[in-house]
Write a protein that binds this ligand. Structure first.
Ligand SMILES: [Ca+2]
Ligand SMILES: [Ca+2]
Ligand SMILES: [Ca+2]
Ligand SMILES: [Ca+2]
Length: 479
């Protein structure tokens, strides 16, 4: 399916300009985050609404999210203020509440002081808690970092945080009001605040004229992907067409969140920018593997079926390059085949199309010496409550390699292993399937409701007798 934005959809996404939310009755004590509109008495206000109500207690001064700088120009319109900004919800001076991915105490850190399981990934929002999911704001993610006895949540990255209010029909500071900035009297830009989800291997088309319809000098699109794309840069797992035209065709191969920015230079030289997130959601259980090595190094991804502890490299109990591709697939776990759309756009799409279905499990992408190509195993409909084990084998090549594994359940990144600062050590012995270094990564237990994977629990595997660290060894070759 090609995803295209329709004009009505985009118009629906664009938020009305310069007016507050319809709710009323919020007191002054919560009206403290008016954002880019500027608080503290910008003298040239020119009348209009009562600016003294906004930020009366100025509590933001004690948080990591102060109000934006006051507007220093001459307002050209009156009705620009946010009448009833959403409370920021900061609980300054308290301990952060664990497990909610929020910076409850507004000190600039999310879930600090909380324990977690190394490699786990959770959604997070670095901004005033009350502004989560409002306007342009979209959650990022944070990864639990290994620290021996007490692992801790790393920085909240990605997503879209509150930004100074610009004139783009979007609520950039996520206070409930779009374009509550006195400069936004005439708004020509209509950036999207949410986008349709896309599928791996399918083209995702975005028409920039939906955001800006005036005369344009130039268009420029950029896309930032997930952990493997950042590791492999400048080689990335997705392709772009039309990067310097009004219409971008983005073709991802991996699940996850992609940050897309379009910069538009209008005919009069004015520069407009929209930044938004596109979620790519492959179904089921998806494992991707990339590494820092290029050239002659071949590292293989393996997935073990549940209810079996047969040795690795045993067909059909494990899925890997030798038995899990479209041609010669013998990793038959008795799972139902799934529609072609899940695999037909991949590297083996022609072979799957001949078969007429996507098999499960399958190795969709077999990366051997390819630059910027993560290896990828998928199970579109895993079994509910069953545990799948992930392993990586150093097949051929020389030197120290740093593989990374990302685990997605229902299209959501749930765990990352081998990402800085928790790099894999000691992965340096290649030896085919008989004696290469073998990294048992994690056990993934899936939650499947009505054929849809909703979540999973991911447990990292540690060396025997240890409660932390990665298990990398050439022997044994057993489960
Ligand atoms: Ca928290
Ligand atoms: Ca905090
Ligand atoms: Ca706003
Ligand atoms: Ca705006």
């Amino acid at each position: 399916m090609v995803v295209r934005l329709s004009l009505p959809l985009v118009l629906a996404l664009a938020v009305a300009v310069g007016c507050g939310p319809s709710t009323t009755g919020l007191g002054d004590d919560v009206a403290d985050d008016d954002g880019g509109g500027g608080d503290s008495g910008n003298g040239g206000d020119g009348g209009g609404e009562d600016a003294s109500d906004v930020d009366a207690d100025n509590t933001d001064a004690t948080t990591a999210y102060p109000d934006a700088m006051p507007f220093d120009g001459t307002p050209t319109c009156n009705d620009w203020q946010c009448a009833n900004p959403i409370p920021d919800g900061c609980m300054v001076g308290t301990s952060d509440i664990c497990g909610d991915g929020l910076d409850n105490n507004c000190n600039g850190e999310v879930d600090e002081g909380c324990t977690c399981t190394a490699g786990a990934v959770q959604p997070c929002f670095l901004g005033p808690p009350g502004h989560r999911g409002q306007g342009a704001c979209v959650d990022g993610s944070q990864t639990c970092i290994e620290a021996g006895e007490f692992d801790f949540w790393g920085p909240c990255v990605g997503g879209i945080r509150p930004q100074p209010e610009t004139c783009d029909s979007v609520d950039n500071d996520c206070n409930g009001c779009a374009d509550d900035n006195p400069a936004c009297c005439v708004v020509e830009l209509a950036c999207p605040t949410s986008m349709p989800e896309g599928d791996p291997f399918q083209p995702y088309v975005i028409d920039g004229t939906m955001f800006y319809s005036g005369a344009v000098q130039s268009w420029s699109w950029t896309v930032t992907g997930g952990p493997c794309d950042q590791l492999l840069a400048p080689n990335v797992s997705f392709t772009l067409q039309g990067q310097n035209t009004s219409q971008l065709t983005f073709r991802p191969t991996l699940s996850g969140d992609y940050t897309i920015t379009v910069t538009i230079v209008a005919a009069d030289g004015t520069v407009y920018t929209c930044t938004f997130i596109v979620h790519i959601r492959g179904p089921g259980l998806r494992i991707e593997m990339c590494s820092d090595r290029t050239g002659n190094t071949d590292i293989d991804l393996h997935l073990h079926r549940p209810d079996s502890t047969a040795n690795w490299f045993t067909t059909p109990d494990t899925c890997y390059y030798a038995n899990c591709k479209a041609g010669g697939g013998s990793a038959n776990w008795g799972y139902a085949n799934t529609p072609l759309i899940n695999c037909s756009g991949g590297p083996e799409g022609a072979l799957w199309t001949l078969l007429g279905y996507c098999r499960n499990p399958r190795l969709d992408v077999d990366s051997i010496f390819d630059l910027g190509v993560p290896e990828n195993i998928n199970v579109d409909v895993p079994q509910n409550g069953k545990t799948y084990r992930v392993m990586v084998n150093y097949y051929s090549g020389t030197g120290v390699a740093r593989p990374m594994i990302n685990i997605y359940c229902g299209g959501r990144l749930r765990a990352t292993y081998g990402q800085a600062p928790d790099l894999v050590d000691g992965f340096d012995q290649s030896g085919g399937n008989s004696s290469g270094d073998l990294w048992r990564v994690a056990d993934v237990t899936t939650t499947v409701v009505g054929g849809v994977t909703t979540d999973c629990a991911v447990a990292p595997i540690h060396p025997p007798g240890m409660s932390s660290g990665y298990w990398v060894a050439t022997t044994p070759r057993t489960y």
